[in-house]
Design a protein around this ligand. Structure first.
Ligand code: NAD
Ligand code: TDX
Length: 349
């Protein structure tokens, strides 16, 4: 039986990837390695925690010695690397934890693979990255896999750096790698510091919905399970050394997205139409706020026959239903340490 190491599997996207790999690949033993930072939550995986081909290990990728030991104890054939600090606003407040986890942690993982994999035959290091490495677009154009890197936040600079290092290990040492760069994900289990779950949480509590600047920034949104499907496909069929962009063909200005979300929430909560929109509050803009991201996914569509399966209205309605049905999940993770961070962020704006 082959062993696949998924890092960051207790987080938002990672939990969907772990579930998919555990259920779709009984021939693989899946190890989920996660430090369980504020963003990691094993509650995201209770449905598969007892599966015979699944095991959770708590550990920090910044600790190279721990990783070397893990790779000595386990014969790992493949890695899907999602563990990261992932929130742009946190990277503006505290860049160093992004440098440590996203850059040093990735190099530690690459070194552990290089040391353990005397023979690269049948091995793969799959690095999960973001469209933010390409920088910011004006009102037209799309990011392709050939777009020059131009990261502009500490988060995207740390992800760009890790992408370069993964490619360097491919070119220098011959390590088999693939990289995918995806647009904004949304869906169940997303930590409510990101725009969509934060707005859902605030609407539920009749708190202001903070919109940075004028709300005119544009993001491309992809349902998280569609991203997990793309990741599974790239893991199986992606070409060695290749990069794949993954996008939702689904661009929205933040303010339009929030208005749609408000409409869906009013309907689901049976509130008078316009109630949630009344909570929209324009606040100070994010420092260095990228204007627009948009993805050309031609390569993954043509080479791997992948496209998003859900339209946005459907995906957003499904997401809202999940959050309404899982309000205890939300209450638990927004209490304690997180609550003080949240209050602080809100006071500062
Ligand atoms: P997340 O913040 O929800 O989860 C990150 C996970 O990594 C958590 O479970 C956390 O405990 C774990 N982790 C953090 N530091 C660690 C460390 N030092 N050692 C071990 N585990 C650690 O993030 P996400 O939104 O699920 O993103 C997952 C990956 O996908 C990231 O690499 C991110 O850059 C990338 N990505 C995210 C999006 C998005 O829209 N969320 C889009 C494109 C790419
Ligand atoms: O309260 C808010 N108000 C607001 O207007 C928040 C949290 C965000 N925004 C804006 C900023 C962005 O233009 O909404 C947009 C989306 O913001 P985030 O949810 O923070 O996502 P973004 O900064 O676009 O980055 C996300 O997508 C790419 C993920 O957090 C990254 O991990 C991923 O790589």
């Amino acid at each position: 039986m082959k062993t696949l190491l998924v890092t960051g599997g207790a987080g938002f996207i990672g939990s969907h990837v772990v579930r998919k790999m555990v259920l779709d690949h009984p021939e693989f033993h899946i190890i989920n390695l996660d430090q369980l930072t504020y963003a990691g939550n094993l509650e995201n995986l209770t449905d598969i925690q007892d599966a015979p081909n699944y095991r959770f290990i708590r550990g920090n990728i910044v600790d190279g010695t721990f990783l070397e030991k893990l790779f000595q104890e386990e014969e790992i054939h493949g890695v899907i690397h999602l563990a990261a600090e992932s929130h742009v606003d946190r990277s503006i407040a505290d860049p160093m934890s992004f440098i440590n986890t996203n850059i040093v942690g990735t190099v530690n993982l690459l070194n552990a693979c290089r040391n353990a994999w005397k023979d690269f035959e049948g091995k793969l290091f799959y690095h999960i990255s973001t469209d933010e490495v390409y920088g910011s677009l004006g009102s037209s154009g799309l990011f392709t896999e050939d777009t020059a890197y131009d990261p502009r936040s500490p988060y995207s600079a740390s992800k760009a750096s890790s992408d370069h290092l993964v490619r360097a290990y491919h070119h220098t040492y011959g390590m088999p790698i693939v990289i995918s760069n995806c647009s904004n994900n949304y869906g169940p289990n997303q930590f409510p510091e990101k725009l969509i779950p934060l707005a859902i949480n605030n609407i539920l509590q009749m708190k202001p919905i903070p919109i940075y600047g004028k709300g005119e920034n544009v993001r491309d949104w992809l349902y998280v399970e569609d991203h997990a499907t793309a990741i599974e496909l790239i893991f199986r069929k992606g070409s060695n050394g290749r990069t794949y962009n993954i996008g939702g063909l689904n661009e929205w200005q933040n303010i339009d997205l929030i208005r749609l979300l408000c409409k869906i929430m009013d309907e689901k909560l049976e509130r008078e139409s316009g109630t949630s929109e009344g909570l929209i509050t324009y606040v100070k803009d994010r420092a260095g706020h990228d204007l627009r991201y948009a993805i050309d996914s031609t390569r993954i569509a043509e080479e791997l026959d992948w496209k998003p399966s859900l339209n946005f209205e459907e995906g957003l309605a499904r997401t809202v239903t999940w959050y309404l049905e899982n309000q205890e999940w939300m209450q638990r993770i927004t209490s304690g340490v997180y609550q003080s961070y949240y209050d602080q962020q809100y006071r500062d704006r």
